[in-house]
Design a protein around this ligand. Structure first.
Ligand SMILES: Cc1cc2nc3c(=O)[nH]c(=O)nc-3n(C[C@H](O)[C@H](O)[C@H](O)COP(=O)(O)OP(=O)(O)OC[C@H]3O[C@@H](n4cnc5c(N)ncnc54)[C@H](O)[C@@H]3O)c2cc1C
Length: 291
């Protein structure tokens, strides 16, 4: 099939985007960024907007703005740029995760904002945002600028807290710090396929190597990224190299609501437990992404 006829507008600035997204004329309007998720949906006519607002020429959306404690990353930063370290002083887990998104052609076009707005439960970057306690910045003419915590942003599969007339302009993540190591592991049928299950973690340590706090998030095992940090609190106070990661990972996944008769979910959970153990082990060794 081919997409239904649609009006394409190509603004050069955010203000122009917001004007084009305003539904005052009753049109159904959608943003198009890399088009890697939206184009197939248009072609299958699963989405039939009247107007597409292409943000591909909006330079403001590509900025990386380092602050004292946070780094603001523009929504139009491409996955490839994250892999190549364009996020500067942001935590290395961004590049680690982005390298697992699809194939080169997809990473060359797909964008950070597009991945978050699309909210696929198997996507890597939404899980990274929950792990980092990121803030997602959205703008519209009607509601102005809203900053939504990542934990409140993902509401379900392909469902977010954004309004239809909002443009996701940026995300704010904490700056990388020397005491935090990261781990990332996902299982997919082939490299580049969406994950069947994945886990990522941040292990925060004191200068003497004692674990201060552990954050961990699973993806592709629920309708949104699943934060299992609470179930890893027992690691706190242990020397980094003596943490019982295998038991902790098994217990963390077991703490999720039972999958019932759902065999696929049960299988994904088993994979997630292995992914989490390996991610925690990765973060605890010299392979950990120390920044
Ligand atoms: C074969 C294949 C394999 C893939 N594998 C993976 C994978 O393993 N992991 C993964 O995470 N993704 C994967 N993807 C999807 C890819 O990462 C997309 O790049 C991403 O999901 C969407 O980014 P985009 O910039 O292409 O957004 P688009 O496709 O342009 O848009 C996606 C949605 O987000 C909205 N949107 C986009 N930008 C904004 C914005 N700034 N403000 C408001 N709304 C916005 C659009 O309106 C649309 O609803 C795959 C895609 C393909 C085709």
């Amino acid at each position: 099939m081919k997409p239904a006829p649609v009006t394409l507008v190509r603004p050069r600035g955010v203000a122009e985007c917001l004007a084009a997204l305003d539904p005052a004329d009753g049109s159904v309007v959608k943003v198009i960024a890399g088009g890697q998720s939206l184009m197939p949906m248009l072609a299958l006519r699963m989405s039939t907007p009247d107007r597409l607002v292409d943000v591909g020429r909006v330079a403001e959306l590509t900025a990386v703005v380092p602050g004292e404690r946070v780094v603001e990353l523009g929504a139009r930063i491409r996955h490839r740029q994250l892999v190549d370290g364009a996020a500067g002083p942001a935590p290395a887990i961004l590049g680690m995760a982005a390298r697992h998104i699809g194939h080169d052609a997809i990473r060359n076009r797909g964008t950070l904002g597009g991945s978050l707005a699309h909210a696929d439960p198997a996507a890597e970057l939404p899980a990274v945002m929950v792990l980092l306690d990121a803030e997602i910045v959205c703008r519209s003419l009607a509601a102005g600028t809203r900053t939504i915590p990542a934990r409140a942003f993902f509401l379900g599969p392909y469902l977010t807290a954004m309004r239809d007339d909002e443009l996701l302009t940026a995300v704010r993540v904490p700056r990388a710090d020397v005491g935090t190591r990261y781990g990332f592991v996902e299982f997919s049928p082939r490299h580049g396929d969406y994950a069947r299950a994945g886990a990522l973690c941040a292990v925060h340590t004191d200068p003497d190597g004692t674990v201060r706090r552990v954050g961990a998030v699973l993806f592709a095992v629920g309708s949104t990224p699943v934060d299992v940090s609470g179930a890893l609190a027992a690691a706190e106070g242990h020397p980094l190299l003596a943490c019982p990661w295998e038991d902790l990972a098994t217990d963390a996944v077991a703490s999720l609501p039972p999958p019932g008769e759902d065999g696929e979910t049960a299988a994904r959970r088993r994979l997630a437990a292995v992914a989490l153990r390996r991610a925690l082990q990765q973060a605890s060794t010299l392979d950990g992404w120390v920044r």
